[in-house]
Each structure stands twice: as structure tokens, then as C-alpha cells.
Design a protein. Structure first.
Lengths: 258, 258
DNA sequence: ACCTGAACACCGTTCAAGT
DNA sequence: ACCTGAACACCGTTCAAGT
């Protein structure tokens, strides 16, 4: 047990893809979208800029990995951790607690998944733009499948005919991503920079937007003019859940339980 | 009618914000996301890079203006022109199918608005990323209000109680933007570059994605594994309309006509 | 194998200088 | 007022050179 052989705690930890992604997330969280830079990353990891490319290959790939990491942490685990599904001969104790999935309705589980993403975006404002970017850049790869799986399982648990699974899940995922994108609350200030987000600032922000809607020509924008006050007073989270509820109603109304 | 006073067609037209935005759209259309550059723009307009900043002030502002222009062209006019129901100067893509006429039900009008955006994204692949970016950057300003107004008017025409106008419209808009974002069909190739998009390429693309889903560990991704074939065979436009229909069902089921 | 860091080919933006 | 275009302060990425 030499004294100098192990400084693993904090000093010269070997560079790895995992450590780089972790540092990238921290940088994005603290400095904003524009804060993630190969040079900044290298400095934070006490290494040269070129070293990054030995583990990551690409800035886009790094952003994708950072996004995937945060998304995975925000969603329920893929495998229920308590019991291994690979062990069919394991005897079930008669008093075994039911699995977490079976406790609530599928609707509640969908709401939980959606809120997990919603909250992740509040915690990591850069995530909204990244989710959207990833959705447009690699629609079926990268982070989307992870979200699709979490939602789709619950759709399957609803009384949705098999042929509608894909369309139904797509609708939910698209809504969640669209709604989530708008809730980044990163005002316009020339992208990047640390994020605001006190309650007072949010209120001020909505006030300004509401006034802007009210100042629009009522002949061009009669609707916006009408609901400018409704917009100012809306609550993001509540509105988000209302949307989920609307879609769930549409789903179950189309295929009533039988 | 002088011979030399008007060379407005192509030569030394005075630089203007409008002309710059127009050139930006062309550049984005032909060269892809990465093709819009102040230098490229200046060259295309036969001017210096600094001249751009006399009219636009900002790259972000320019992107916003380009997005707003294309979106406005894709949506029905804000004021109904009293006489002619048709819009003669609207540039229609050569193979664009006709959209449902707005003379029908509010539901059909909503579908028409949504399809207008859907088709605009097909025609301008860069639009998907820009819509998403604008949604996250200035959620209530820029292009969102224009879309909100078009959808909201039709929501008002449905039997939705006034207090639900905002939430209902938000839900539709969020879904439309989320679904639209995924339909950019711009594969991963290091953003920018001219876009692909033959039918064969699309099919190949979906095939690869479907195979990728099938190759996932069925213990981690049972749902994706199950619907991989459904994903491959889905038709974007039809799926998009199914989602709209689902939400419309939810809306009318929640507030039945009375 | 892993890392260094100068160098390269780009960006957006500015600004003295021209007309 | 409008435009020019060199210059500035950045980027991401590469690659000979080190260990």
C-alpha cells in the first residue's frame, strides 16, 4: 500500500470516455450551451485538446452521449432491478411485494415518464435544444429509442390494439418532446451563457410575452390577442400534464376497454 | 420605362434585409444547414461580409427571419382575402398534394395547417432544426405566435370552453412541432451538406433503423424489438395525421358538443 | 496506446476607411 | 448612409512529436 501509487480519488485519474461525458454535462450545466468547448473541456480535465479525440471522435458524438446520459438518468430503469427475469426457477415468496410497474395505472406511468423528462429539462436547460436537435438529426437512433421504449411499454399496457402501438407511442413521444422543448425557459440572449430562472424572472418573462401578444394587431392576431392573459397565467407543468391527459383521452376513447 | 434605370431583375439591386433573408433561404435550401455563412451570403449577394450587418445585425436574427418567412408562406394567410379563396402567389412544390380546403370543419382546417408545416419541412429540411431551436430559444416570440394563431382560431371554432383554449392550442402546437421535427429526414452526416431524400433512400434508412431496433437486447428493449417492423412500414404523413386525429378525439371527447 | 499542443481551416463580428 | 474587407477572437479538428 504505497502512498503514491493510488491518487485515484481526484488527481491524475485516467482519461476515459465516461469521464469526458461527465465533464461535458457539468460544463453544459454550469456554463450553458455555448460553454461546451473542446478547449474548455480539455482544461477542466487538465489535458490537451487533442486527447479528447482519442476517446470521443467528435463534438456531435459527445453531445449525443451527454444527452443520452441525462435522459437515461431521467427515465425509469429498463430492467426492473429487484428480480432477474433470467431466473425463471426462482421461487416467488407468497408475500412478495408487487413490482413497481404494477402499482399504478399505465396512464400514471406515462405521466411519470413525461414528468421525468420535463424535470430533466428544468435541471439541464441545454437538454431541450439537444433533444430537438437529436430528433431532427438522427430521428430513430441516439436518444429517441430510449424514450420510445419507456412510453411504448405503457401504451402496450393500455387497451390499444397492436397495430396502433407505433402510432400511439409516436404521438405521445412527439408531444412530450415538443412540449418539453418549449420549457427550456432559456431566453433569447445569444445562445449560451448561464441560465436565469428565478420565479420572479419567469413571471417577468411571461408578462413581457403576454404584453407582446396584446400589442399585436387584433386584425391579424385576434386569437393571440384574446388569450394573452391566459398565456401569462398558465403554469407550465400543469399545462404539460393537461396535454398528456388530452392525448390519453384520445387514445382510450378510440379503443374503449372491453 | 427607361432602359438603364431598372436592372432590378438581377444585377445591382440595392441590398436590403428582404433580399438578404431571401438569399439565406436559398442558401439553406441548396447547401443545407451548414451552408448558411456570412461569407457565402456576401459572395452570393456580391458584397462584403460587413454589409450584411447593416441590415440584419445578427446571424441568429437572420435565421429567425428566414424561418419566419418560410413558416408564414406555409400557413394560411392571417387575413382572409375577401374575394379570392385561392392564393395565387403561393409557391407550391411540384408534387405537392392538395391540402384539404379550409371551407370544411375546424378539424379539417387544423389538419390543413399541420400539413402545411409538414410539407414545408419536407421542402426545407433545415426548417425542422430551426423550428425546434426557435421554440427553445424564444418560446413565445418569433415564429411560434404565427403558428399558435392559425391553430388557435380553429380551436376556438370547436366546442372548446374558453378557459381551455390556451391549453388545447398548446397541446396541438407542441405535437405538431415535435412530430414535424422528426420528419426532417436529414440523416446523421455531420450537420450541413445537401440533403438526400429519394424514396429508395428513405426506405433504406428505415430499414437500417428497423434492423437496429431488432438487434437491441430484447431484455432491455422488449417494446422496440416488438414493433421494429411496424416502424419500418409506417408512412410519415399518415402517422402524422393519426396523431392529430388522436388529439382531436381527446379534445372533442373532453368537451362534447351541446 | 495514450497524450501533447501547435497549426490549419474555418467561423461570426467589428471597425477604420472609403464612396 | 451604405458599403468594403482586413483584422480579431474565437471555433472544431488534425497530426507530427513525445512518453
Amino acid at each position: 500500500m504505497g502512498t503514491q501509487t493510488r491518487q485515484s480519488q481526484r488527481r491524475r485519474q485516467v482519461l476515459s470516455r465516461e469521464r469526458i461525458v461527465e465533464a461535458a454535462v457539468e460544463l453544459l450545466d454550469t456554463e450553458g450551451e455555448g460553454g461546451l468547448t473542446v478547449r474548455a473541456l480539455a482544461e477542466r480535465l487538465s489535458t490537451g485538446s487533442g486527447a479528447i479525440y482519442h476517446h470521443v471522435g467528435n463534438m456531435g458524438e459527445l453531445l449525443q452521449a451527454a444527452t443520452a446520459t441525462v435522459v437515461a438518468a431521467a427515465l425509469p430503469p429498463l430492467r426492473t432491478s429487484t428480480v432477474s427475469p433470467q431466473n425463471p426457477d426462482a421461487p416467488r415468496p407468497p408475500d412478495a411485494p408487487q413490482t413497481p410497474d404494477s402499482t399504478g395505472s399505465p396512464e400514471d406511468a406515462i405521466r411519470a415518464v413525461a414528468l421525468g423528462l420535463f424535470d430533466a429539462v428544468l435541471e439541464h436547460p441545454w437538454l431541450a435544444a439537444q433533444l430537438a436537435a437529436q430528433l431532427t438529426r438522427s430521428p430513430w437512433g441516439a436518444v429517441t429509442p430510449r424514450i420510445f421504449e419507456s412510453i411504448g411499454r405503457q401504451v402496450r399496457a393500455l387497451d390499444v390494439p397492436r397495430r396502433d402501438w407505433f402510432a400511439t407511442t409516436s404521438t405521445l413521444v412527439h408531444y412530450i418532446l415538443g412540449a418539453t422543448a418549449q420549457n427550456a425557459q432559456t431566453p433569447d440572449g445569444t445562445d449560451g451563457g448561464p441560465f436565469p430562472e428565478t420565479a420572479a424572472e419567469r413571471s417577468e418573462f411571461l408578462d413581457a410575452a403576454s404584453r407582446a401578444w396584446q400589442d399585436l394587431d387584433p386584425d391579424d392576431y385576434p386569437f393571440l390577442h384574446d388569450i394573452a392573459d391566459q398565456m401569462r397565467e398558465h403554469e407550465d407543468r400543469e399545462q404539460f400534464l393537461t396535454g398528456i391527459g388530452l392525448i390519453l383521452t384520445g387514445i382510450t376513447a378510440g379503443a374503449p376497454a372491453g
